[in-house]
Design a protein around this ligand. Structure first.
Ligand SMILES: [Ca+2]
Ligand SMILES: [Ca+2]
Length: 375
C-alpha cells in the first residue's frame, strides 16, 4: 500500500540548490483543448464536454485561440462551437469584474444599444461605440497616492483595456461616488482636458464554465444577433460568429489542468489518490498556476487544501513533488521560512482556501481537500 514519495539524496538536493537556474521554470499549459468531430447542438455539446472533460471551450486570449485552432484537425468543417452563449439582456459590467452597484450617467445616457463602452466627461458617463479612440485611465499600483494612471495615447476601448492589463491592473473602475469624485479630482489636477474611457462595458455573453474572460474575437459585423451561441468560423482568420444554438456543429471542449478533490485525506493518502486517478498533487511553480489554484480552492470544504509541497527535513528545505525547489513563493507570514521541528511530525504544504489563499505548513496527518493535476 506504500506510496513512493520522491526521496532525494543529500547530493541530489545539493545539486538542486547549486543549480538555482532551475528557477526559470517554463510555464506549463493550463488548459487543454479537445476537438470533438461529431455534430451536436450547443446544449448537447455542453453536456458532452462536462461529462468527458471540464466544459465547452473557454478562451482567455490569443494564445488560447491559437492552441484551440491547432486542435481542430478537420478542414471540411465550417463552424465549431465554443462555450460562449448570450444570456439575454445586455448588462453593464466593470472590466475588473466588480459588480455595478453605482452608476453616474449624464442626462439622456446611455442612449444607444449599439454603444457598448463608457467614457467619462466632467464626472459623468456616456455610452460610446467601439470604433472611437480615446485617452484612458488605468487602475495602477504604480501610483500609491491615487492608484490611477492617465495614458496619454488614444486607443479603442478593447486595446485600452489590454494596455492597462499588460502595464498596470485594468481600466479604471468606479464602484461608488467617492471613487467617481476621486477620478474627477485626478483628471482636474492632471489638467486632462479630454473625455476618457473607463472600464465599463456592456455585453450579454457568458462562458459556459462561468469564467470571467472578456476576450472576444468576433468577425467584422458580428455578432449580428442571428443566434445566441458562438462558433469559430473555420476559415482564416478564424474569428467568431453568433448562430442559432439549435444548429448542429462539431465542438471543442477544454480540460482544466487542476481538479479539486473534496475528500478529506492525509497528505500521503491525497498523494496516492492523485497518482492513482490523475497524475500528481499539484506543484505551484508560478503565479499563473497560483491564480488557477486560487480559483479552484474557493470550492473547498476544508480551511486549507494540500499541495504537492513537502519539507525535506534534514536540509530544512521545501520541495515540490515535481522535484523543483520552491522558487515562486506565496507563504503566509510565519510559514515556510523558519526551520521546522520535524522530530515529531513531517510537515507538508497546503494553501488556505479563504482569505489571501497563501501557503501554510501543516503536519502531514491533517485531513484536507487537495488538488490533483490532470495531465
Ligand atoms: Ca451615447
Ligand atoms: Ca451571426
Amino acid at each position: 500500500m506504500g506510496v513512493s514519495t520522491p526521496m532525494f539524496s543529500y547530493f541530489e538536493v545539493r545539486d538542486v540548490v547549486k543549480n538555482r537556474a532551475l528557477c526559470s521554470v517554463s510555464e506549463s499549459v493550463q488548459r487543454q483543448y479537445h476537438f470533438i468531430n461529431v455534430t451536436k447542438n450547443w446544449t448537447e455539446a455542453q453536456r458532452y464536454c462536462r461529462e468527458k472533460y471540464t466544459d465547452l471551450a473557454t478562451v482567455d486570449n490569443m494564445n488560447d485561440m491559437n492552441e484551440l485552432n491547432k486542435s481542430v484537425n478537420d478542414e471540411r468543417r465550417e463552424y465549431v462551437w465554443i462555450g460562449l452563449q448570450k444570456t439575454g439582456v445586455d448588462e453593464w459590467q466593470w472590466a475588473s469584474g466588480d459588480p455595478v452597484l453605482y452608476q453616474n450617467w449624464a442626462p439622456g445616457q446611455p442612449n444607444n444599444g449599439n454603444e457598448k463602452f463608457a467614457v467619462m466627461e466632467n464626472g459623468q458617463w456616456s455610452d460610446w461605440s467601439c470604433s472611437h479612440t480615446r485617452h484612458f485611465i488605468c487602475n495602477s499600483s504604480n501610483n500609491a497616492n491615487t492608484g490611477l494612471v492617465f495614458v496619454n495615447q488614444t486607443m479603442k476601448w478593447s486595446d485600452a483595456q489590454s494596455y492597462c492589463r499588460q502595464n498596470h491592473i485594468d481600466l479604471v473602475s468606479l464602484r461608488n461616488q467617492n471613487e467617481n469624485q476621486q477620478l474627477q479630482k485626478f483628471i482636474n489636477e492632471s489638467l486632462i482636458s479630454v473625455d476618457v474611457w473607463i472600464g465599463l462595458f456592456r455585453d450579454s455573453w457568458q462562458w459556459s464554465d462561468q469564467s470571467d474572460s472578456l476576450f472576444r474575437y468576433w468577425r467584422y459585423n458580428e455578432p449580428s444577433n442571428d443566434g445566441n451561441c458562438a462558433v469559430i468560423i473555420h476559415t482564416a482568420p478564424r474569428e467568431w460568429n453568433d448562430v442559432p444554438c439549435s444548429d448542429q456543429h462539431p465542438f471543442v471542449c477544454h480540460e482544466d489542468k487542476l481538479i479539486l478533490i473534496k475528500e478529506k485525506l492525509t497528505w500521503s493518502e491525497a498523494l496516492r489518490y492523485c497518482r492513482q486517478n490523475h497524475v500528481d498533487l499539484v506543484s505551484v511553480h508560478s503565479e499563473e498556476i497560483q491564480r488557477r489554484v486560487m480559483n479552484v480552492v474557493k470550492q473547498a470544504s476544508t480551511e486549507a487544501v494540500w499541495l504537492g509541497l513537502h519539507n525535506y527535513c534534514c536540509m530544512n528545505m521545501w520541495l515540490w513533488l515535481s522535484g523543483e525547489i520552491v522558487c515562486y513563493q506565496n507563504w503566509a507570514p510565519g510559514n515556510g521560512v523558519e526551520p521546522e521541528d520535524c522530530r515529531l511530525e513531517k510537515r507538508k504544504g497546503a494553501v488556505q482556501s479563504g482569505g489571501d489563499q497563501r501557503w501554510i505548513s501543516l503536519p502531514e496527518t491533517h485531513k484536507l481537500n487537495f488538488i490533483c493535476s490532470r495531465y
